[in-house]
Write a protein that binds this ligand. Structure first.
Ligand code: PLP
Length: 413
């Protein structure tokens, strides 16, 4: 499947379902995900590894809707989580805990306990104190915890500074310099089994080269650790492969990326883990929104829509570009406008100075490439109920999360 979204006779479809039909029944704003698109990207990863032992651990934080997790679990995916809440979601969706790796820079005791009690596969540890914590909790549980150390390989991933994680100045991971000593510390703890090395250098990487470079450093490290008698069984390269958000851009090929990586691992007797999030779900999601009003001042034209920064934070947080097009194609003249939401913040916009067909109040717009870091980053700011989420499978669609109500807003207060 090239893209799950296409115009047929001028009407945007997700797989075989008209987007306008979903908007009419589910309302707006509404995230729409293509199950077929998501599974195709997952399989592209999994198949490209061929005979190399591997696990594709979907990074739950990119899109943690249980309907999405259920699809991936059924296809055989493993999961990368960064919180106890994400573990709960995976289990709730029917995922197996023994296919979960737990990353994150600040795990707390209750999360470690929950993960141990659930029987997750392993922890990606980000500090020496965390090793001590997991060792202590594992002793209480009468078990041994498999751990992998998340190494900071000090590599510039050449991406937006807010999503670069593998530089020395970032909070993530443990310095690669001196990491051998940390492994020996882990090895000496009675309730830990240090069996892996991991890294994750950043997100939205448009070139595989920085990942290749960090893979090379990690393979070297595996050799050094094994030479010290430390049994390393798996290497986790994290996620990070980017997608094209602008029409001219081209999305890096998953197949080429994995095949280049795999070339390096033949004969190493290592199971390779990858943790892709964005590259699996981003392009299989859109956000549907309706135009509320058009207004102009002396300088500018504004299209005010019913989706806002509380629904899709990426433009505000990362200056991210998302393509925005009418759900029903229209010809005729165009306008150049800021596409903004109703939230009381100057930073509340989906696009600035964007050219688009001259839409009118009531028209539907689709914000593309919104399947990753979209709904998961949404909030109730301005007491706005969170959007609905819909999953499309071929010609059928269903509500994957109902739109929040006003009662949801005050639940728990
Ligand atoms: C965010 C994250 C990922 C996923 O990154 P993508 O860019 O979405 O592929 C993988 N691993 C870890 C540890 C992460 O924090």
């Amino acid at each position: 499947m090239k893209t799950p979204f296409e115009y047929r006779n001028g009407a945007l479809h997700c797989e075989d379902v008209p987007a306008a039909e979903i908007a009419a029944q589910a309302g707006t704003p509404c995230f729409v995900y293509s199950a077929g698109g998501i599974l195709a990207r997952y399989r592209e990863y999994s198949e490209a590894f061929g005979d190399i032992p591997h696990h594709v651990c979907y990074a739950v934080k990119a899109n943690s809707n249980t309907a999405v997790l259920r699809q991936l679990a059924a296809a055989g995916a493993w999961f990368d989580i960064v919180s106890g809440g994400e573990l709960f979601r995976v289990i709730h969706a029917g995922g197996q805990a023994d296919r979960v790796v737990f990353s994150g820079v600040g795990k707390i005791a209750s999360e470690v306990d929950y993960a141990l009690a659930s029987g997750i596969h392993s922890f990606n540890c980000e500090s020496e104190s965390e090793l001590d914590l997991i060792d202590a909790r594992a002793r209480l549980h009468g078990t041994r915890a498999r751990v992998s150390l998340r190494v900071n390989p000090d590599i510039n991933p050449e991406t937006h500074p807010k999503i670069s994680t593998g530089l020395r100045e970032n909070k993530f991971g443990i310095d690669i310099a001196g990491i051998e000593r940390v492994y020996e510390h882990a090895h000496a703890l009675p309730n830990l089994e240090p069996e892996g090395v991991s890294c994750h250098i950043g997100s939205q990487l448009m070139k595989p080269d920085p990942v290749m470079e960090s893979a090379a450093r990690m393979i070297d490290l595996v050799g050094r650790l094994r030479a010290r008698g430390l049994p390393i069984r798996h290497l986790d390269l994290g996620g990070g492969l980017g997608v094209a958000y602008s029409p001219g851009g081209s999305t890096p090929s998953i197949r080429d990326f994995v095949e280049r990586l795999s070339g390096r691992f033949a004969g190493l007797d290592l199971t390779i883990f990858v943790e892709p999030g964005r590259s699996i779900v981003a392009e299989s999601g859109i956000l549907l929104t309706q135009v509320i009003v058009r207004k102009r001042n002396q300088l500018k034209e504004f299209v005010v829509v019913d989706a806002a920064m509380n629904d899709l934070l990426r433009p505000t947080l990362y200056e991210a570009h998302h393509e925005i097009r009418p759900v029903l194609q229209r010809s005729g003249h165009t306008l150049t406008a800021d596409i903004v939401g109703p939230v009381c913040e100057t930073g509340d916009y989906l696009a600035l100075g964007r050219q688009l067909p001259a839409v009118e109040p009531g028209d539907l717009l689709a914000v593309f490439t919104a399947g990753a870091y979209g709904f998961v980053m949404s909030s109730n700011y301005n007491a706005r109920p969170r959007a609905a989420e819909v999953l499309v499978e071929g010609g059928a669609w269903s509500i994957a999360r109902r739109r929040e109500t006003y009662d949801d807003l005050v639940r728990g207060e």
